[in-house]
Design a protein around this ligand. Structure first.
Ligand code: COA
Length: 262
């Protein structure tokens, strides 16, 4: 699978790991229309890229991301109503392309993750941040709201915490982001890459179809009642345990050997 030459991203495949790095460090990786287009392209290709088994999303320079580029947001506001709205929908789809990527997405968060930067954090499956990363749903400070990111953030932190953070726009650190579930882990800065590598290694040691299926399972089960989940989950495991990958995984355990996933 080949990736186009990107202007605003650095994209490299490192074995089975696709590294997608936001690459506008001069504006703290604020995202404009080009970033929105390119991130969607990268994550859509990654979904179909058989060589990529994990995607690591990170930011070049001092910050992970300072959110939406405010010059671009101001420009968007001057468009006619239909173009303004379709631009916002396109931005929302950028977060969705990350959340729905067929590969597990690990976000490496450092420096700042403000506004849409917190949204990008929330759209990843697993986010690991430095303890001193500055987070915030700061939109109200700019007279706007965290609208398109709200479903992604609320799925991680819940409506109760969102009521405080969306309304005050207060900033908080990585430890607090871990406490409220926005990130899965906050670590000292000198341990960030080692923790990312450990999580990536864990993902790579699991069955690739099983990992993709686990991501889909969460999506399918979340809206269901316990009763309604039974036919869905029982068919799910019945289908999955009959696959060659499951046969290999369970056989390898019983034979006391490492599974051969490929
Ligand atoms: N949109 C556009 N430009 C941005 C930006 C954004 N969201 N965030 C930072 N920049 C630009 C700054 O304007 C500055 O440009 P300049 O060099 O031409 O003056 C450059 O990035 C560096 O920012 P600066 O504020 O000088 O860096 P810093 O390291 O002191 O602070 C932040 C970094 C992220 C804390 C600070 O820039 C900030 O608060 N940004 C706004 C974040 C925000 O509220 N995002 C929500 C968007 S919805």
């Amino acid at each position: 699978m080949t990736y186009p030459a990107f202007e605003t991203l650095a994209v490299d495949r490192d074995g089975a790991v696709l590294r997608v790095k936001l690459n506008r460090p001069d504006v703290r990786n604020a995202f404009n229309g080009a970033v929105v287009d390119e991130l969607q392209t990268a994550f859509r290709i990654a979904s179909d890229d058989e060589q990529a088994r994990v995607v690591v999303l990170s930011g070049e320079g001092k910050s992970f991301s300072a959110g939406a580029d405010l010059s671009w947001m101001k420009e968007q506001a001057t468009l006619d109503a239909a173009a303004n709205e379709s631009g916002a929908a396109h931005m929302a789809n950028m977060f969705l392309s990350i959340a729905r990527c067929a590969k597990p997405v690990v976000a490496r968060i450092h420096g700042h993750a403000l506004g849409g930067g917190s949204g990008l954090t929330a759209s990843a499956d697993i986010a690991i941040a430095t303890e001193d990363t500055m987070f915030g749903l700061t939109e109200v400070k700019l007279g706007i709201v965290p609208a398109v990111i709200s479903p992604f953030v609320m799925q991680k932190i819940g409506a109760g915490r969102a009521r405080r953070l969306f309304l005050t726009g207060e900033r908080f650190d990585g430890r607090e982001a871990e406490r409220i579930g926005l990130v899965s882990e906050a670590v000292p800065a000198d341990q960030l890459d080692a923790r990312i590598d450990a999580v990536v290694a864990d993902l790579l040691s699991s069955g690739p179809c099983a990992v993709a299926s686990a991501k889909e399972l969460i999506r399918a089960v979340e809206p269901l009642s316990l009763e309604d989940a039974i036919p869905v989950t029982s068919k799910w495991i019945a289908d999955l345990r009959a696959t060659p990958e499951a046969n290999e995984g369970m056989s390898a355990f019983l034979d006391k050997r490492k599974p051969d996933w490929m």
